[in-house]
Structure formats: C-alpha cells, structure tokens
Write a protein that binds this ligand. Structure first.
Ligand code: NAD
Ligand code: UDP
Ligand code: UDP
Length: 340
C-alpha cells in the first residue's frame, strides 16, 4: 500500500483530479448530507454531474453540503427514504441510514424501516427509471466474524435478536432485496460492503471510536477504551472509500465487494496514536465492553484490488492527522461543538 503525501486539510483541485473521471450523469445520493455521502457529493459535483441529495437530516447536516447549495447542478431535498420518491436519474448511491451505533440504536425500529422500506423504495425507483443503484452495505453483515479476514463469500455470524441487529439484519435484508430486484426485475445493482471509515466531517458526538477519542483528547480528558482494547478494526480514510464507491458504480461487477482498509489496528493502538497527536499526557480509561461488540474486523480486499483496481492510499497516521486538524478547526470556529 502506498502512502499519500498530501498534507492539505480539504481536497484541492489536484486531489479531485486523482478521482476517476467518468462521463457525467444525473445522480441521486440518498443520505448525501451525512459523513460519507457529503464527500461523495464533493467528487460527483467536481466531476460535473447533476446531483440530487435526498436526506432526512436524522444524522446528517445541511452544513456538510452547504458549499453546493445554489449551484445550478445541485439540488438538496429533505426526504425520508421510507416514503416513495419520484425523481428521474441515471445512478443512485443509496447511503441513507445512520451508521454509528449510538444513532442507529436510538430508534431501532426506524433503522429497520430505513434499511428495509427505504431500500425497497429506491429499488422501485431504479426499476421504474432504469437507473443503476449502489447499496452502501456494511462489514456488520459479517457480525462477530469467525472467519478472519472477512471474505465476501463468508455468510457471517450475526446475532439476529441483539441490539445491533436493527442495523446488521437491516443491511442483510437490504442486500437480499437488491439481489431479488436484480434477479426478478433485472434492476442494475451494485453492493459495497463498507468497513470502518473515518475522516473530516465526522460528527463530534456520534459515539464512534475515532470521533470519541479525538473529542475527548481535545477536551483534555481521558480516552475511553471499551473492554481491554485488544479488539481490532481496520480504518479507511473517507476519500479512499468514496473513490472505491465511484469505481464500483462505474464497473460491470455487481458485488458484494468489500471496500475497506486491510491494515488492522487494536483499539488500544488507535488510542495511543490519537494521544500522541493531540496530547501525550492524556490517560486511558477502561470501560465495560458493549454486548455483541465484534472482537476482530479486517476486510479481505483481493476482489476490490483485482476488479476495481482499488486499494487505500492514505495511511492511518496521515488520515488521523487530517481528521484531528479538521476537528480542531471546527472546535475553534464553534467551541460549543466539543461540549454539547
Ligand atoms: P451518517 O449517519 O453520517 O450518514 C447517513 C445519512 O443518512 C445522514 O445524513 C442521515 O441524515 C441520512 N438518513 C438516515 N436515515 C434516513 C432516512 N430514513 N431517510 C433519508 N435520509 C436518512 O453515516 P455515514 O457514515 O455517512 O454512512 C453512510 C452509509 O454508509 C450508511 O448507509 C452506512 O450504513 C454505510 N456505512 C458506513 C460506515 C462508516 O464507517 N461510516 C461503515 C459501513 C457502512
Ligand atoms: N417507488 C418509488 N419511486 C418510484 C417507483 C417506486 O418510491 O419511482 C416505490 C413504490 O412506492 C413502492 C416501492 O418503490 O413502494 C417498490 O416499487 P415496485 O414497483 O417494485 O413495487 P410495487 O409498487 O409494485 O409494490
Ligand atoms: N470503542 C471504544 N471507545 C469508544 C468508542 C468505541 O473503545 O469511545 C470501541 C468499540 O467497543 C469497538 C470499536 O471501538 O470495539 C469500534 O467502535 P465503533 O463504534 O467506532 O464502530 P463499530 O463497533 O461499529 O466497528
């Protein structure tokens, strides 16, 4: 894996030029005001596409796409995907769904509705318009995996009655719906299984480990590790991830395909990296491990490498630095962000 040498906090024109240049289209991004969706929209807009962002703002924010509001090729809709949607587009990136455990467990039934009814509606839309639909699925379909690293053929180990099941089983059902619309109605689908992603614009208090550690560190407080910190995750920088989604949408392979960074870190190692970047004097505090928390997670990305010609470029050290700098500048602009 190569490490990027870019040091700027936000993408520059030359960064965008390194994204795949693809003929322009009319593109719908559901969940486009969220963390990953807004980075994807930046690339789609920079490449000259007509983009509709449909978002309920449950866990996203207009601020994330504010720079495109008023642009003649950009349209922002307040829309809940559990309701039908009538628009005419060529491609649909279906990202609408809260991703952080804190958000998706806040209203578990709504999370299930978003994954099941929301995916059904966008598949109906794709069927009617002939649009290609990319589902943002998740590594959580593998549950607490017994196979390591996780290959796409692994069927997973999900607790279907646990607190995470609204998300895990919701996404498994969304994948099943996509495959059945493909087999029964020939809808053109793509399934991306996204692994842990981080980067600028993550919400301050969404409860995910990278944002939690950075916020605590900027507040000068101890970093909370759940369990012994030896559980692992593999963290993918958001621009790498968005580039992978673009490549998948515009290739002939329907998936499912893993998109994530195969370099595995323990949560303790992550805490040490954040501490070193923000304040080496901070303490680490061990707390109880949540139930059903997967012990290991690492994508096997041979398919992404071979089929998409994709692999991550940004090393965790560099991506974390950009993320810390982004959190710092948002905290300086509005110090309340750190303490809400
Ligand atoms: P996010 O919470 O920042 O973004 C999700 C967006 O969807 C938000 O803007 C939210 O308001 C919107 N949304 C939620 N419910 C909706 C509904 N019913 N109707 C319309 N909009 C709705 O999360 P993210 O990290 O940007 O994740 C985007 C997608 O990627 C999700 O589908 C998530 O499951 C998937 N994913 C993310 C990660 C990750 O590490 N971030 C990992 C695996 C999969
Ligand atoms: N749908 C939508 N937009 C469209 C077409 C369909 O939101 O442009 C919704 C529709 O309301 C339905 C779902 O997608 O609830 C599935 O549509 P499909 O045509 O597959 O099923 P049917 O309407 O026949 O049950
Ligand atoms: N975690 C932690 N401290 C935190 C938040 C999370 O130690 O403040 C742990 C959590 O228990 C899990 C890992 O970090 O083992 C990743 O958690 P996250 O919620 O970011 O994502 P997911 O569990 O969905 O991979």
């Amino acid at each position: 894996m190569t490490e990027s040498t870019a040091t700027s906090l936000s993408p520059t024109d030359s960064d965008y030029n390194s994204f795949p240049q693809i003929p322009t289209k009319r593109v719908l991004v559901t969940g486009g005001a969220g963390f990953i969706g807004s980075h994807l929209i930046d690339i789609l807009m920079q490449n000259g596409n007509d983009v509709i962002c449909a978002d309920s703002y449950f866990s996203g924010s207009k601020e994330n796409v504010a720079k495109w509001i008023g642009h003649p090729k950009f349209e922002l809709m307040r829309h809940d995907v559990t309701q039908p949607l009538l628009v005419e587009v060529d491609q649909i990136y279906h990202l609408a769904c809260p991703a952080s455990p804190v958000h998706y467990q806040h209203n578990a039934i709504k999370t299930l509705k978003t994954n099941v009814l929301g995916t059904l509606n966008v598949l109906g839309l794709a069927k009617r318009t002939g649009a290609r639909l990319l589902l943002s699925s998740t590594s959580e379909v593998y549950g607490d995996p017994e196979v390591h690293p996780q290959v796409e053929e692994y069927n997973g180990n999900v607790n279907c009655v646990g607190r995470r099941s609204c998300y895990d089983e919701g996404k498994r059902c969304a994948e099943a719906l996509c495959m059945d619309y493909h087999r029964q109605h020939h809808v053109d689908i793509r399934i991306a299984r996204i692994f842990n992603t981080y980067g600028p614009r993550m919400f301050f208090h969404d409860g995910r480990v990278v944002s939690n550690f950075i916020v605590q560190a900027l507040r000068g407080e101890s970093l909370p590790i759940y369990g012994d910190g030896l559980q692992t995750r593999s963290f993918c920088y958001v621009e790498d991830l968005a580039r992978g989604l673009l490549l998948l949408m515009n290739c002939d392979y329907i998936g499912p395909i893993n998109i994530g960074n195969p370099v595995e870190f323990t949560i303790k190692e992550l805490a040490e990296k954040v501490r070193a970047k923000v304040n080496p004097k901070l303490k680490i505090e061990y707390r109880q491990m949540p139930k059903d928390d997967p012990k290991r997670r690492q994508p096997e990305i041979t398919k992404a490498r071979k089929i998409l010609g994709w692999e991550p470029r940004v090393h965790l050290d560099e991506g974390l630095q950009r993320t810390v700098d982004d959190f710092k500048s948002r905290a300086q602009a509005n110090p309340k962000n750190l303490f809400i």
